[in-house]
Design a protein around this ligand. Sequence first.
Ligand SMILES: Nc1ncnc2c1ncn2[C@@H]1O[C@H](COP(=O)(O)OP(=O)(O)OP(=O)(O)O)[C@@H](O)[C@H]1O
Ligand SMILES: [Mg+2]
Length: 505
Amino acid sequence: MSMSVAELEAARRDPVVFADVMIGRPLWPHQVEVVRSEARYRVICAGRRAGKSHVYGVLALHTAFSRPGMKALIVSAGEVAAKRLFAEVSKMAKAPRLGGSTEDETTSTLILSNGSTIECVPSSAKQVRSAEADLLIVDEAGFVPQDIWESAEPVVLARPGSRVLLSSTPWGALGHFFRQLWRQGMATPDRWVQSWHWPSSVSPLVDVEFLEQIRKRSAPDYFDREYLAKWTDDGSAYFPMAELEGAVADYALLPPEEATGWPAVAGVDWGFKRDANALVLVSVLDDGLLNADRHPDSPVFFVPWLEQEHQLPYAQFVDRVVRVGEYRKGAWDGQNGYWLPWVLAEENGPGEPAVQALRQAARARWGRSTPVRGVWTTNRLKVNGYGALRLLIQQGRMVLPRHPELLKQLHALQTEMLPGGGMRIEVPDNVGHDDLADALMQCMASVRTGPMWRRTELNEEGFSTRSSGEERMTGAGTRLLSEPVPLDFTQAFRSPRAGDGEDDW
Ligand SMILES: Nc1ncnc2c1ncn2[C@@H]1O[C@H](COP(=O)(O)OP(=O)(O)OP(=O)(O)O)[C@@H](O)[C@H]1O
Ligand SMILES: [Mg+2]
């Protein structure tokens, strides 16, 4: 597989040739337009599966390959997405002709043999603010906070010849940098800013039938954003975008493997054939005295961990949930995990055997009376569960991670007033793509939202928290540390009110 000098030179100069001969996968025409563009800012408003990750990988690798000592930085909105992109780019770098790359998994950095690097980080990472890079790629840019962009952008632009590639599904207020630059590059493209609109259908692998199937089982707003890449306004969204942004903070999720018995309630949503299985945990935030002035008589909650597993048989997901909650108080083997006083799992239709299996597995492995509750998700339950969540959000007492998928799912919930004056949260039954939102909603059946004595641990200095890291703040002003841990405060949870069809709050 040797290459001629001329071929190698062409690959060095042109990312399109590079993709073809070095990676072995020619770019699609819509991808070619972007990599061939001369614009310093290239902005893509894109739908799912449109070929973003692939084009990021090609451009980052090409930049690194073209000259020694180059640096490409890929910023994702959240930790999970950053890790996934790193895996995708690493895989691409292993193309036989590129070979010779080394990886540092711990820092998510790929180093080519010429000394060039490609780094994949979440927007919360410190290095983003002082991001010197020849190529800056921002994935799900609509979800990256404005202040992080404002500190990173000048550093990148100071580097001669540097380029910026922004892409996102539609998200962000009018003044947000992604939305502004995208509009500018659509309206008046020039050598400074150029924009593209990539609905999912630009991909030759996405056909009309596939899209139609997804449309049928998605909330309309979700489909429009995710697959048509259309900007929709708040309309009748139950959670307006600004309200959600107000609850979001950049903090590190706490993997179950590193948890040592922190208490959390768990919500489980089964995916079955089409959707993902989802697990979301809610805990009391160990915020020391950071919020004691704003919330003197009530705790702040947060999501310490969440995960989604696509196409996993439910029996395996049951094992996963049990593993997450495996911590045993006083166990000699020091088993890590969360301590789950309650697990709330969707029991509708095909959920019943799954809940049974979860109950049995929990009893067998946790060795205590079962804290698993099956929940029938009726309209009333949703109104109550999402209502409780919204109340906490509006009070500044629920902190959400910067997790685009969760935020988009919450934002896609529509409301409808019923003739009798009631309210309906419009998610037709068995609709997909609300798994994370639903799992979070399930948790709320066990969360006490009312005022209660706020437990704070004091030491000699009068302040103590086991959370660590830098101070962060949600859009609405709730304070926390960047590596928060749950407070051991099980009184904040109650025996779930949702039992069966008769008793849904
Ligand atoms: N130029 C190409 N040639 C062949 N296959 C491609 C090309 N670009 C992308 N693909 C394939 O198309 C699929 C979607 O591409 P990719 O993962 O890059 O899209 P995405 O926009 O990042 O999707 P997602 O929304 O899921 O993150 C993948 O299976 C990828 O391997
Ligand atoms: Mg992708």
